[in-house]
Design a protein around this ligand. Sequence first.
Ligand code: AMP
Ligand code: MG
Length: 505
Amino acid sequence: MTTPPPTPDLPTLPPAGFALRSTYTELPEALYQHVSPTPVASPQVVLLNRALAAHLGLNLAALAEPQLAALFAGNALPAGCRPFAQAYAGHQYGRFTFLGDGRAIVLGEQPAADGSLMDIQLKGAGPTRYSRRGDGRAALGPMLREYLISEAMHALGIPTTRSLAVAATGEPVMRQQALPGAVLTRVAASHLRVGTFQFAAVKDQGAHLAALVDYALHRHFPHLLAEPDPAQRTLHMLREIAARQARLLALWQSVGFIHGVMNTDNMAISGETIDYGPCAFMDVYHPDTVFSSIDHGGRYAYAQQPPIAQWNLARLAEALLPLLDPNPDRAVEHATQAVHDFQPAFITAYRNTMALKLGITRQRHADIQPDADLLADLLAAMQQARADFTATFRALADWADSASPAPAWIAPWLPRWHARLAAQPGGTAAARQVMLAANPAIIPRNHLVEAALTAAEQHADFGPFFTLLLTVQRPFHATAADAHFTTPPPPPPPGACGYRTFCGT
Ligand code: AMP
Ligand code: MG
């Protein structure tokens, strides 16, 4: 493939540790578009993640403030940068659509310290071929929200795309009302989604799909390249993607994270959480909790997330069918098996994650069912009492001590749990340590997120946002002084609709 000319229209920045590659554009041209960000009126850096920049080998100190603003708003490009937008498809609420980066532009892939490539992408950087009727832009509030929640997820130890910067554009974006515009710089292990494979499968059953699988193998599963048979390699990849999703979903469930828009274009094959539109953390425990204002049927409710992940994997398996076996029946057999395997993998990952949250350090085979019952009974009691998910699990470390006061609703459950902890090596003391490391005290609570975003967006007061950001970055280390962040809001009255989130497009 011929190398496209360097982007002529935007100024180039002095070297600052960028070593961007565009390996993605070595794939068939149908899969991407070369496109540059559209410059904005008056860029200004609002947030900058210096720790993440250092991790990427960037030396941002080499850039003056206006250069940083130009970089993170898309008004100037790092030297050697050949930006592009990716094509993809997706099942949105179950319906298949052609999509693509309608408001995101990948600046390139930065080699990380371990040799892997990390996508650096500007979100809200202007229109692309895939913008459809959108303006290619983003509003400040949702970009701040993505920065905050993705960094909170990272601090919780949950695989996620990261946020490197938010730059205000100085331009309004027109939604229901005029809102301040912004660009988010997202860092991801890649932006390969289930929908990327769906796109390639529909575009060209053969060559595009095979090239994309090969690319994904090199990028995320290089250990599978030793397998000489391409069909086997593809099957192994599918299995590994399913295993990563199983682990990811167990982690989401364990902290009450509700993604809100698990369309197949929002599932990354790297196993990272991607797309922080309408997501939110559950306060009061209820398995049917939904926050997204457009998820009327509860398709993406808390308890639906694992089966939806499996549904998405089935769409990936379908897309990969032509590569899984020359015999179509056998291809379907392999695909079906790989998708089925998600469920036991999820159950195991969930069991292990939740065991630690209960302070259970050792689970013998005979413990599995009684421990599952113990957890189910706790969750049922929480639901009945409308107890806060995060605060309840955090308090378990205190309630492990039978002398410490616990609320009446949990009292009937405690003795069986106390006996379980006492019977394991290390007893209650070891269990407490495990629980304090497994149960976060601090999550980005919905009411605090809203208050911080309102102050920032409507009053240009970033104080509450910065304080909240610093706090959610230490989820397991709370003191009495953090009561503002750890105290749940009062539950909404029964029947009230409660917190609502929006896609932020
Ligand atoms: P999302 O809901 O963020 O997953 O986006 C779904 C699709 O809509 C993706 O293809 C986005 O790139 C596209 N999109 C969202 N907002 C805009 C916008 N303001 N302009 C153009 N495309 C957009
Ligand atoms: Mg998306």
